[in-house]
Ligand binder design. Sequence first.
Ligand code: PRP
Ligand code: ZN
Length: 293
Amino acid sequence: MNRSLDHTTSLRIAIQKSGRLTDKTTDLLHGIGIEFDNYKRNLMVKTRNFDVELLLLRDDDIPEYVQDGICDLGFVGANEVLEKDSKVSVLRGLNYGNCRLAVASQKESELLKPTQFDGKKIATSYPILTKRFFENVGVSIEIVEISGAVEITPQLHLADAISDLVSTGGTLKANGLIERFTILESETKLIQTQQALSEGKQQLIQKFLQRIDGYQTAKKSRYILMNAPTESVETIKVLLPSMKSPTIMPLAQTGMVAIHSVIPYEQFWDVMEQLQDAGASDIVMLPIESMIA
Ligand code: PRP
Ligand code: ZN
């Protein structure tokens, strides 16, 4: 691999500098074998073993940097991509940083349904998505555009309600607000610029995507091991929701085998009980670091 960071082949990737997505994004990058450090102190970080440099930005700025081709790829919430109406390609949904853009009003407020908002003021950092939502339901509202601390505006009588991102709901609760309805569901997306890229960069992106896919499949899977009497093998094979045929090995103890397989994590508990009923014992489940088909 060419390790010199020349501009035509080295990928530049935008990630959030500090916020909800930062830790999970850096975990993912480390998880796919990209090594770097000091990302909290620098705006630009060169990685040690992959032709990638990271640009640390405010999440709101990421769609534009990618659209303009300053960065080739970016990790950012769908909420930002849609709010900015960015011309970028969404390569992958990454199933972390899940949140929703929702409308919330004060506990005692009578504003509960979209149709009740005619002529009301809504404070938000997402004016485009919020306006579009109410236009679609034929309700005319006034937007109070605010870049931070949107949740205190109803208390200050600056707005009748807010439209903001909700993840755990902690921020709303702390401010006496109740979530009323959802405008948009969001998760982290991997986006790519639509500007022309060199052959070298395109190849790097393919490699990068293959690693991400392997990492994501691994996250959703578990390696499962168990012992079972030989006569149970056929029943157990049917029960295992394996991606591939299981590995079966004889044990020193006659009449017993060890069965190894990879299964989707979400099915583990249901399957485990059925496996026990079928005669399996010593069932062990292990996480998987990465999987390449
Ligand atoms: C969002 C939103 C709230 C918080 C809600 O901010 O503006 O402040 O998250 O999360 P909770 O429901 O878990 O309390 P975000 O992380 O997008 O930060 P930013 O506005 O600085 O980009
Ligand atoms: Zn933001």
